[in-house]
Design a protein. Sequence first.
Length: 280
Amino acid sequence: MINRWPEDKNLWDAWASMLANGGREQESFEVTKMLYIGGALKSQQDLERVVQYFSFYDMPYQAAKILEREMNANRIKQTPEKLVQLSDLFRQAREYKRAIPALERAASSSGKAKLYADLGEALYKENQCGKAEEAFKKAMKLGYDQGKSWMLIASCRYDDAATETRIKCPFTAEKEKTAPWSVKRAAAIAAFDNVPSSSTESRNARKWQTFITAEKAAVKRRCVFEGEVEWQNCRDDIARAYKAEFLKGEFTLSDKKCEKFKGRFDKEFRSSATDEEEDK
């Protein structure tokens, strides 16, 4: 019948339905796909079925592209539900950047807390921490879980801090306070501190705070260690320079950087020797 009347869409629909009911879903999908590519499917119901097929067969990106195309052509209505479906499909395909515009429109048109939280999560995955924080705060105002929201805000702040160059040794207390590496970590700790103690996320938040504090302490310990190693090396160099001065009349350091330790060396080693000579 299809060979005789190929223009009759009802026959194609009947064939696809018979294939699906007979357990031959993949073939039914191929028929539907062929009809869509050929331009035979025009109703919203038919077009939505195409999207569902692609999604069912683990092709979320293709499903999202079709849904986006048909909504832009006004053949599928742009409702908050359809915008959410579009964003979900892009997120399933790990196309978080593509999901963001649909989520923004869905959240603003529906005013639902969950959609603002989903938007915040998509922005978080794209490392857009400032916008993610705004979305999560809107979600919390509308009643969304504060523990989950602040955990993701704090995690995004910490990930952002990780992109900064680690503070270099040696550093002053003022430099430590103002360095981007330190400032952003302090902001992350503050966000973790906003996780309510009643939240199920509270324990993880405290663990993260402990970890970041220990990370900062480790940097300080490393600086102390590096300083001690440098002092040990320079102490030997300064001692050699004094011996050379005694024998050759010339004080010369192998490493010019050791000049800054000369005062410490004199105070710890030469002052006591001078005192002994004076006593004699």
